[in-house]
Design a binder for this molecule. Sequence first.
Ligand code: MRU
Length: 365
Amino acid sequence: MPHVQTVRWVGGADGCLRLVDQTRLPAEFAEIECRDVQTLWEAIRALRVRGAPAIGVAAAYGVCLGIQAARDADEDAFFRRLDEAVDYLASSRPTAVNLFWALERMKRTALALRGSAGPGEITEAILTEAKAIHEEDRRMCRAIGRHGAELLADGQGVLTHCNAGGLATADYGTALGVIYAAAESGKRLHVFADETRPLLQGARLTAWELHQHDIDVTLICDSMAAQVMREGRVQAVLTGADRIAANGDAANKIGTYGLAVLAAAHDIPFYIAAPTSTFDLAIADGGLIPIEQRDPAEITHGFGRPTAPDGIHVYNPAFDVTPARLLRAIVCERGVIEPVTAERIAAVVGENEGRKPQMNADKRR
Ligand code: MRU
């Protein structure tokens, strides 16, 4: 399998972060270099790096970038700089909880050493923590793949939405990780990739990624999903998630909820694949998940060209919430959560893992 490193740290504590610039795919495979936290913030906001787990990994390294200039400072100045970097990165995108999870973990690592180690040593320790988050994501995706592959049968058609592949994670993917693992175990699947309006992550990224991996994939417009289901071409729908509430309601790319409704109408199981870092047990249900609103120009000027009348009103939520009752199962690195209930989630994900430390409300949105 070709190996794409979505996010990679180059060098030691004074190093830099390199990201595959996903806005340029599939036309061009290019990396960007982030040497400061502002460049990374822009990369997250502009979706150069995107997908919940990849945003978390990138933000963890972002904290390392943020404190580089303060490693020789006194302790107070160092921690002020750390807080600024964490708060600033937390303001880049609101929905994917992995971002806040990773930032809190970085902050906790630094605070645990306050008083016993100097800024230089803490700088080294938080780079080690960012690398651990990165490596854990790799392992979580492989485990999700192994558990989820059991749910798919040889010869099935599988519909997916947006991109929950290697590009959205450290390197293997969540929903696409399940497809890769099923293919590696000898199952022949046919994947339908929704193009995913308005930014076409399905067309630009998922179709590209599956093609690179020699997976049989057919691209469809979002509006074709119902017809493709009615024709009996789809036996499972499988997506990732950006935030899963304690009751199993799951936020994912806009259009996912509609697909879940369609799947229910056609009696097709709908699965979500996501690591435990995507659960937010502090949120009782999906109504409390902050939904990112994006620039109307993404709809009126698709990729630069006017596609709507000047001055038209536009509503552009980037995510929607699929109610737990429409989910057959959620696959995480610890196994398959089925049925999707608050009790099962608490039992599998656990209080400590899924409960995100509360950053203040402004920073979470
Ligand atoms: O706006 P994006 O491209 O970051 O949205 C990404 C998604 O909705 C993915 O499906 C989700 O993050 C799961 S990634 C494994």
